[in-house]
Design a protein around this ligand. Structure first.
Ligand code: AMP
Length: 116
């Protein structure tokens, strides 16, 4: 399946759709989920055009992959989540009901999140 250039996160990246970026590095951005499922609900996405996790790991450079996960780690520190805890989720493809076909991780925190 080819990357869909019209997906909503592509529009955020090309700045035709505004969102407040809360953390950024060379290859990655993070912003708040529009429909938060927890007090802290942040989406982390690569700037490159990757559909989902396996696509990203198959095609991205080591620098892009490293930057992506380090930005998540930075958010964990910025929000002081090391002790209280957090949940990281990525939905990939049909059976996971991935809505937006641009790789994103959800960072959820700020209360007890219950069981998966
Ligand atoms: P997923 O089901 O894993 O693909 O999650 C897609 C997420 O994107 C959902 O949690 C939506 O609430 C979120 N979302 C959709 N549009 C926007 C937007 N414009 N800004 C921020 N989050 C969005």
């Amino acid at each position: 399946m080819p990357y869909d250039n019209n997906n909503i996160f592509a529009k955020i990246l090309e700045k035709s759709l505004f969102t407040e970026i809360i953390q950024e590095n060379e290859f990655t951005i993070a912003f708040k989920d529009i429909a938060p499922q927890a007090p802290i609900h942040i989406l982390i996405i690569p700037k490159g055009k990757y559909i989902k996790y396996d696509d990203f790991l198959d095609k991205a450079s080591q620098k892009e992959v490293y930057s992506f996960f380090m930005l998540i780690n930075q958010l964990v520190k910025d929000y002081n989540l090391e002790d209280s805890g957090y949940r990281l989720i990525t939905n990939a493809g049909k059976n996971a009901n991935q809505e937006v076909p641009h790789l994103h991780f959800h960072l959820l925190a700020g209360q007890n999140l219950g069981k998966m």
